[in-house]
Design a binder for this molecule. Sequence first.
Ligand SMILES: *[C@@H]1O[C@H](CO)[C@@H](O)[C@H](O)[C@H]1NC(C)=O
Ligand SMILES: *[C@@H]1O[C@H](CO)[C@@H](O)[C@H](O)[C@H]1NC(C)=O
Ligand SMILES: *[C@@H]1O[C@H](CO)[C@@H](O)[C@H](O)[C@H]1NC(C)=O
Ligand SMILES: *[C@@H]1O[C@H](CO)[C@@H](O)[C@H](O)[C@H]1NC(C)=O
Length: 768
Amino acid sequence: MADRPACVAIAVLLLQLTAFAKAIDPHLEILPSGDTQTKPIGSSIILTCKPKVDNPELVQDMQWLDPQNRVIESLKFVVLPIESTHTGHSKPAMYTELHQDHSLSLFFNSLQEEQAGKYTCKGTYAQNQMLNKSVTIDTIIAITWDDAPVNQYPILGEDFSIMCRVRARPSPSVDWLYNGELIKTNDRYVINAYSLKIKNVQESDDGIYTCRASVQTTGELQERLIRVEVHTRPSIEEISSPIDITEGENANIECKATGKPPPTFTWIKSLTQQNLSITDRFGVDPVTGVLTITNVNREDAGEYQCTATNLAGTVTTNIQVNVIVKPKIMEFLNKTVVEGKNKDIMCKAFGRPPPEVIFRKLTADKQYLMGAQPQDDRIIMTNSADDVSGETVGVLAIHSALTNDDGLYECVAKNAGGVAYKNGHLTVEFPPSFRNMPNITIYSWEQRPVNLTCIAESIPNATIRWTMFGDRRVEDDVTIQVIDDGPISTLQIRPTDRRYYTNYKCIAANIHGTREHIIELKEATKPTELLSVKTVELTATSIRFDLIPPTHPDLPVKTISVQYKDNNQIWQNAKNRTWSVGSVYVVENLKPQTPYNFRFAAMNDVGLGNWGGEQHETTPGRTVPNQPKILTTPGSEYEQSAFNNQYELSWLAPPDNGEPIDMYLIKYCQIRRVSGEWEVLDDTCQEVKIQGRTRQYLKGLSSDTFYRVELQAHNIMGYSKPGSAKFRTTRESAGNTVDYILVSAAGDTCKIAVATITAAVMLLSLAI
Ligand SMILES: *[C@@H]1O[C@H](CO)[C@@H](O)[C@H](O)[C@H]1NC(C)=O
Ligand SMILES: *[C@@H]1O[C@H](CO)[C@@H](O)[C@H](O)[C@H]1NC(C)=O
Ligand SMILES: *[C@@H]1O[C@H](CO)[C@@H](O)[C@H](O)[C@H]1NC(C)=O
Ligand SMILES: *[C@@H]1O[C@H](CO)[C@@H](O)[C@H](O)[C@H]1NC(C)=O
């Protein structure tokens, strides 16, 4: 209990202190304390003015005065705009509020710079004592980013200031960081009050920049991150102007541009200043820059402007557009020219650019060349083009026209847009011509009716009339009929008397002239007697003649007939034979040892002529056959066999002289030439007898060897004289003997077989 006196002492002190307080002078106290309050703009503050008196009940008329000494209203007296009370959000910029302990608070809702100043709190104590206390409100401005966009876009190659306008009071200081590093002013960076200037911006300047603001007196520090993306101004790629587009087709015109960010495009037609993205036939792709024109028409030609735009800028280029109009042939008329005269074939065509006009004859595969034709300088092709009207006149000038210039011509008009074709006909008129009429004579006899036909070629068609008997008109003769009057006309005449055998004149006429053609009608007669008759060969059973028929000027001799009989017969019982002219005139199957009479006559279309040229011949008695004739190549000394070991002999059967040939004897021997003479080699001769044939293979001959062959025909009367020939076999190496090849091939096969077996045996023995 030793502490007790100390406790009592503290309690007494407290009482004394209280008593002292009650004794202080009345005054006002402003909380927070301090003569100057420094507050940031926009902050809400409360200043409380508290009376410090013994008896607060005696405090009256508490007031706050603003720097202009105007009383600041209490909240309840402030008349608020209706909508403000309604929303309850707005409060007056400043107001007061009285508390139960008689302290008066001054509220600043959001402190404004103009509210800075000296504020005074006033009150009355115990009716007479004026209380008064002032406080000065000093505003400061917190760091505020007035103009410091978080995304900024400098342009490549230009100077750029990254903006960072900061406000604060006291005034702030600003520095810059790039990728965390502090930026210092140097030859690329200039730090200005409100910006960082970068000279000649490069793509590498992309990145995050930090604008850092600080106020030393308040210690406030704020950072602003600014993303910098370097942009590039658009640049339009060179366009090879002018651009050709074709009428009636769809066209795409490209405008390409680079830039960052990628530019977008617009197109304008210069003449009308029309924006083409909103026109029906035009379409613009703003991303690719392609201008699409559907169904191009001529008015689309002209200048266009392509504009490429991005955030960094705008660039425009002018593009010249030509509209190509496909060629069209406006006029290509059929023409007519008279042979020998000049004519221009004209073809008018239109197009843009004006087309080239050329000509081609449809029957020719090549077109004409400009200027005179190298093969035919009568024909000259020219063009005259008019760039303004787009018209080309092509001319094919033909000088002194020929009939074969007649025909279909094609006009071809061509330009970059296409080709057009049109056909036109050139008619070359000419007077009648009988150029394809043969100069023939017409024959009649015994009143046979004939037709005389006249064909006149001409353009236009000719009309034909006929005259006869010295310009007598054929129409006057009832026995003559005229069929057609041109360009083909035929006279049907039945020559009932000799007066009709005369010249008939065909007269053809058209507008360009008259021509005449004469057709002769002649009376034809039977052939006369033969000019010559000779016996060339007489055998026991046959006779051969050499005959020369009469050379008739009118109708040719077609056949020759012979009549023959033996002496005892009369001509009525004679046999006959008819040959065509030029054949071998042989009569066979005669009887041996018989006298014969022969007579001859020639025949033409009119009939058989008179018999004449009588011959008397007596056939010899039966005897051996005539000498057979071996068939050889005329003019060569010997025959060349096609083989090296055989020879094909063939011959003509000779006349048998009354008895049939029953056999041929062939004898052949090797021969050689000794000092210019042929000599038979001993013991080389062989004989073959054959029947019923006139050819024989002589086999088993030596190669490259001369042979002499003799051939005799045999009948019951004996052997004929021999016919003979020489021949030669080929060299062996030629390998052209069928037999030899077969033998040789068989030999080789055997050798191969033997070799195979030998090899097999050797292998077997090795294995064992
Ligand atoms: C031109 O001639 C051709 C052929 O002869 C013919 O088919 C065509 O109808 C003619 N044209 C005119 C316009 O006469
Ligand atoms: C003559 O012409 C007519 C009509 O074409 C024909 O009937 C007749 O057979 C011809 N006469 C002769 C002999 O060719
Ligand atoms: C001309 O003659 C020919 C042959 O007779 C005929 O085919 C053609 O129609 C004729 N032409 C005229 C224009 O009469
Ligand atoms: C040829 O003889 C035959 C009968 O054998 C006879 O019919 C014919 O008229 C004769 N021809 C000539 C041209 O004598």
